[in-house]
Design a protein around this ligand. Structure first.
Ligand SMILES: C[S@@+](CC[C@H](N)C(=O)[O-])C[C@H]1O[C@@H](n2cnc3c(N)ncnc32)[C@H](O)[C@@H]1O
Length: 277
């Protein structure tokens, strides 16, 4: 695996943070809504004691903002993220948020005196393996507390993958001098069954799980870059291909030979509960 955290940090700080909340296709918002419904199916948000909630890879804080609004009692919110710029936006939304700028792979060095009722990890298991996060999250949760996970699996974008193997793509790679994509630059679970397996192997009981497969159509390269590059969905791949800086000639070739593309994502939305190992 060759995910490079410095590259991801730069991409979120410099490219993605300013446009992340635009959520042009509304997919982030739809998944947060589904994650919130899973929480509402428990009695967590009616807690009589102050809720302790941590979001790992919190980004711009939209999910915790909603959790705070729906929580009936007191709530203490914590967030860790590798991107300071994403956290700056989160703090503007939630002034009481306590933040740490760090790599989630260092999670065990933080919050040593704390434990949580809810830990969220949403769209971060592409950058930090779910298998690596699971035991660290388990250690930070109280018995019976919850892990809300939202993340894509490798079954996302089946048609973009087919295109990557097509003759037209080979021609474009030859013309632009780019090599074939290496999918190891992200570390998402392969599919839903792996998500469930990781929960179970690490002392969690899956209480609710839903696979969300929104359709996405790309009319042309600009449309694809708006979604894939500036909103963060495929930034590491696109930067590797260099097509965000494509010349007029290359853009024309890509538009004629590859677009439009009709595809779908595959996103797991799960709520798991800590049990004794
Ligand atoms: C797709 S965004 C999701 C943000 C938020 N969880 C949400 O669902 O709106 C991914 C976030 O994970 C953060 N991130 C990526 N790699 C990270 C790492 N190794 N440690 C901590 N945060 C990371 C990024 O900076 C970004 O804010």
């Amino acid at each position: 695996m060759i995910y490079n955290h410095n590259i991801i940090q730069r991409q979120y700080d410099e490219i993605i943070a300013p446009s992340f909340d635009m959520d042009a296709r509304g997919i982030y918002a739809s998944t947060y809504q589904k994650g919130i419904i899973q929480l509402q199916n428990t009695n967590l948000l009616q807690s009589k004691t102050p809720l302790q909630v941590l979001d790992i890879g919190i980004g711009t804080g939209s999910f915790l903002e909603q959790v705070a609004l729906l929580c009936e009692g007191e709530i203490n919110l914590f967030g860790i993220d590798i991107s300071e710029k994403m956290l700056d936006i989160a703090k503007r939304k939630i002034p009481s948020l306590r933040t740490i700028v760090d790599n989630a792979t260092n999670l065990e060095h933080h919050y040593v005196e704390r434990s949580f009722d809810l830990i969220c990890s949403h769209f971060v298991t592409g950058f930090v393996p779910m298998r690596e996060l699971a035991p660290k999250i388990w250690n930070l949760l109280d018995e019976g507390a919850y892990w809300s996970l939202i993340g894509q699996t490798m079954t996302s974008y089946p048609n973009l993958r087919k295109i990557e193997d097509s003759l037209a793509s080979k021609l474009i790679r030859w013309f632009s001098g780019n090599s074939k994509l290496d999918y190891d630059i992200v570390c998402c679970p392969e599919e839903r069954s792996e998500v469930i397996e990781i929960f179970q192997e690490n002392g969690f009981e899956v209480r609710q799980i839903e696979t969300f497969e929104p359709k996405i159509d790309f009319a042309n390269l600009d449309d694809f870059l708006d979604f894939g590059y500036y909103s963060g969905w495929l930034t590491p791949f696109i930067e590797k291909l260099g097509i965000q800086n494509a010349s007029k000639m290359l853009s024309l070739m890509i538009n004629v030979l590859l677009f439009p593309v009709h595809d779908n994502q595959s996103i797991e939305i799960a709520l798991a509960r800590k049990i004794t190992k």
